[in-house]
Design a protein around this ligand. Structure first.
Ligand SMILES: O=C(O)CCC(=O)C(=O)O
Length: 320
């Protein structure tokens, strides 16, 4: 399914975009089901097990930020977790035996208010015994420069695991650039038509800005691990072996984890705000991306940006 160039690109850069992997019927059904689930937010006053709401949500004007564990809302999402074209794309990357983590999520970046996601590495949330772990993003809409595309820092999957803890030492699921400066000048926006998929390595640094366009940007994510990559920490309960093994959506489970060296930082103590990545990131000291009610930062020259990072670093040190 993937070309040799795509496989090499994934290994070297830490990500690959596969255009138009879904056929029109599957994409249409996915959109229909997603509209149906999102319609359930009308009347809600708080987050539910499935729906994560924007801070500006009201029961009359529903605003959904994420569908959490979408398979709990509709069985079609579970079918999608093992979708044969996706499995065929993953096999050359992490092998034949593939387990899906939890149940996926749909990040809905709605026009005008779709929330930003601060820079992070998925690996910070769920380190495993080896790093044959990745995430697949299925595009429900065209993703372009204007509607908050996912952005990645190429080759960062071969670098360190960065600090994702807040100033008080609790996990917060985001990288504070004032304390951990990253050179983001090489960051790449993943743009592609609806029905395409993005694949990124769990250690790759990534994030995304608010959606300032008039177009939705809905992205269904599934996170996968080689079946012999066992979680070291995170939210997967290991006392339910049947449930754990049922999530092997391709190939066979195993009781023999493969150990391979990879830098690990345990995501403890737990984030102050639980429920979703957006909630976890609320205690991140310095935000990189503007929120919908803030103006977009003016473009900076590299040296200005460096001195701004330096100043922010000093502020952070003073606050520590
Ligand atoms: O929706 C996005 O642009 C990125 C999402 C992401 O990285 C996440 O939910 O972990």
């Amino acid at each position: 399914m993937l070309t040799r160039e795509q496989i090499e690109h994934y290994r070297r850069e830490g990500y690959v975009v596969v255009e138009r992997l879904l056929d029109a019927d599957t994409l249409g059904e996915l959109r229909r089901v997603t509209d149906e689930v999102v319609a359930g937010a009308r009347g809600l006053t708080d987050h539910t097990k499935v729906l994560d709401l924007e801070p500006t949500h009201t029961p009359e004007r529903p605003r959904v930020r994420r569908i959490k564990s979408p398979h709990l809302a509709h069985p079609f999402y579970w079918d999608m977790a093992g979708h044969p074209p996706v499995m065929a794309a993953l096999e050359p990357l992490i092998g034949r035996d593939i387990r899906v983590r939890a149940g996926g999520k749909v990040n809905l970046k709605s026009p005008g208010y779709g929330a930003p996601v601060e820079w992070h590495q998925d690996w910070a949330f769920y380190p495993h015994t080896n790093d044959d772990v990745l995430a697949v993003g299925i595009l429900l809409d065209d993703m372009d420069e204007g509607n908050g595309p996912m952005m990645v820092l190429p080759r960062s999957h071969r670098g360190p695991i960065h600090d994702h803890h807040d100033a008080d030492g609790a996990f917060c699921g985001g990288i504070d650039l004032a304390r951990t400066p990253l050179d983001l000048s090489g960051a790449v926006a993943l743009t592609a038509p609806a029905g395409s998929v993005t694949i990124h390595h769990a250690r790759l640094v990534h994030g995304s800005a608010v959606n300032r366009s008039e177009r939705p940007r809905r992205l269904l994510f599934f996170e996968y691990a080689a079946a012999d990559a066992w979680p070291l920490a995170g939210t997967e309960p290991l006392d339910d072996l049947d449930g754990f093994n049922r999530r092997v959506v391709h190939g066979e489970p195993t009781l023999e984890p493969r150990l391979a060296p990879a830098p690990v930082r345990i995501p403890l103590p737990k984030a102050v705000h639980q429920g979703s990545l957006y909630e976890n990131q609320r205690t991140l000291g310095h935000r990189y991306f503007a929120t919908a009610d803030e103006p977009e930062p003016a473009p900076e020259s590299e040296s200005e940006s460096e001195s701004e990072q330096g100043a922010a670093r000093e502020r952070a040190a003073a606050a520590d």
